[in-house]
Design a protein around this ligand. Sequence first.
Ligand SMILES: CC(C)(COP(=O)(O)OP(=O)(O)OC[C@H]1O[C@@H](n2cnc3c(N)ncnc32)[C@H](O)[C@@H]1OP(=O)(O)O)[C@@H](O)C(=O)NCCC(=O)NCCS
Length: 247
Amino acid sequence: MAQPYLHPLQVNPRTGEPFLRLPSPLDNFIITPPRLSDAPALMETLNDPRVYKTLESPPFPYLPTHAESWLDMITKESDAALEEAKKAYKEGASEPLGHVETCPVRYIREIKEDGSDVFVGEIAPHRCQYLDVKDQWEREELVRTNLRYAVGDPAIVWCFGDFVAGPYHGRGIMSGALKTIMAQWLIPRMGARLIRVEAFIGNVGSVRVFEKNGFVMEKTVQYEKVTNCGVTRLGLHVLLWHAEKAS
Ligand SMILES: CC(C)(COP(=O)(O)OP(=O)(O)OC[C@H]1O[C@@H](n2cnc3c(N)ncnc32)[C@H](O)[C@@H]1OP(=O)(O)O)[C@@H](O)C(=O)NCCC(=O)NCCS
């Protein structure tokens, strides 16, 4: 393998871009780093009511400046993650492939017959933000504690942000993408043992995606909140995945 530190990422021989491939029959879908050229597709997706109504954080309406600054930030994060993976390997950490903090691939793409690809969605692991915890002091303390753990510490609580473009809903893409990211990067390369995710009450598809990947409903927290797009949400489901219980 040309770049063993990237294992198990594959590398596109033409562009040099690393990627993970979804399992069959979705093997024409891959997950790659973000690209600055994703801005128009990202804007179209995040201005689609099938997507923005069940998301908490993106601004609305989602403007070119939002897409440009977001992509500028996350392409740099992806580059840094690749560099981090390289260092973890070179420095001969105790693990054959040292743990890293970030996943360098996060944008799902469909590969067309002519070899071109189309933006399909995003899946990105990050340390848990405890959005369901109502008390601000308690929430900030939980976030601070979770941030203090060193890279690869099994005590880190992870979470996911994810969405699929409207025309691709209901084809098993996020179920396959979540399975791929967990099995091929989050668990082996980031050392994840505990993942805690949230979905708005009523987001049946999102809950199902997590349940299909071994997450168990922990609780439902009720509150009233108006999101950036003006929709009133009535609370969050919290689901958990434990490595010990899953194996
Ligand atoms: C939630 C979301 C990511 C699901 O992605 P997806 O690729 O469409 O999901 P999948 O096709 O893998 O579906 C997984 C399961 O959920 C079910 N499902 C998907 N959308 C559903 C919906 N709107 N209502 C009921 N069930 C749904 C599917 O039938 C499937 O279950 P099954 O295998 O038992 O039949 C996607 O709908 C989306 O991007 N929504 C907007 C943004 C969002 O809510 N993100 C998650 C924030 S927590």
